[in-house]
Design a binder for this molecule. Structure first.
Ligand code: KIV
Length: 299
């Protein structure tokens, strides 16, 4: 081991086994998880102390502007995974298995999950479904890849559900959610996302499982929460789900900043002398100009 004397201590990475142990009833702090799709956002999320970051197939809607997640590919998930991974020092990185990258067979599931770790820099994978994907989960876990489950409103089944609809309403539907979650735990999942189900059903699942539940639109009884980062930051425009609390209005802030930029470009106020290179300005040993602010030196 060598040191150049300047390296800063990096925070310890949150691992799948760490998250596996985060059961609130055992005294653990609830898990805070968010989605991310690029390096810049990943760095901010990591700095904020988020435990786990999901490169969700929601990128089809959030990044690509599509109406559902179905066309997202394994290569696209891996591309965004590599970018997000470069921004994370502490948070655990989870990759969402896209539609039709695992449903065909347990073998296909293992191959896709393996590709996500090799080409996407992911540390674990998430897939949607209950009983019907348990064999797939078992095989992926046996290959040494931690798996997060996802039951309730599973967006890849949007056409089967007839839209993005709350699941687990009524006794029979609630039992199906609980059975699916228990089967995923038995198959080796280390945690399970519960999406858009009534809070009492989420509470029942959370009480019956030994692994943590991470809710999105599933109430406060879960062992953690996950939100889409653009929703929670108020960057999203148009319709938003009821559960997506906006913790800031960064979309409005961005529009104001862009309007100010347009106005200064049009008036000639920008760029000012402080944003221009001097003819014979100082440079550092590598020849980079010293008379520009650090953010300008990145380009
Ligand atoms: O794709 C996604 O972002 C998700 C989360 C909302 C759980 O699956």
């Amino acid at each position: 081991m060598y040191s150049n004397g300047t390296a800063q201590a990096r925070p310890r990475k949150v691992t799948a086994p760490d998250l596996f142990g985060r059961k609130v009833r055992a005294g653990a702090a609830p898990i805070a998880m968010v989605t991310a799709y690029d390096f810049t956002m990943a760095r901010l999320i990591d700095e904020a102390g988020v435990d786990a970051v999901l490169v969700g197939d929601s990128l089809g809607m959030v990044v690509q502007g599509l109406s559902n997640t179905l066309t997202v590919t394994l290569d696209e998930i891996c591309y965004h995974g590599r970018a997000v991974a470069r921004g994370l020092e502490r948070a655990h990185l989870i990759g969402d298995m896209p539609f039709m990258s695992y449903q065909v067979s347990p073998t296909q599931a293992v191959e896709s999950a393996g590709k996500m770790l090799k080409e996407g820099a992911f540390e674990s994978v998430k897939l949607e479904g209950g009983l019907e994907v348990c064999e797939h989960v078992q095989r992926i876990v046996r290959a040494g890849i931690p798996v997060m489950g996802h039951v309730g409103l599973t967006p890849q089944s949007v056409h089967a559900f007839g839209g993005f609809k709350v699941q687990g309403r009524g006794e029979e539907a609630a039992d199906r959610v609980v059975e699916g979650a228990l089967a995923l735990e038995a198959a080796g999942a280390y945690a399970i996302v519960l999406e858009a189900i009534p809070p009492d059903v989420a509470a029942r699942v959370t009480a019956e499982l030994g692994i943590p539940t991470i809710g999105i639109g599933a109430g406060r009884a879960c062992d953690g929460q996950v939100l889409v980062s653009t929703d929670l930051l108020g960057l999203a425009r148009g319709h938003q789900p009821k559960f997506a609390k906006r913790f800031a209005e960064l979309g409005d802030a961005a529009v104001s900043a862009l309007q100010a930029y347009v106005a200064e470009v049009q008036s000639g106020a920008f760029p000012g002398p402080e944003h221009a290179y001097k003819a014979n300005g100082p440079t550092d040993a590598d020849g980079a100009p010293k008379d520009l602010p650090p953010q300008a030196l990145r380009h």
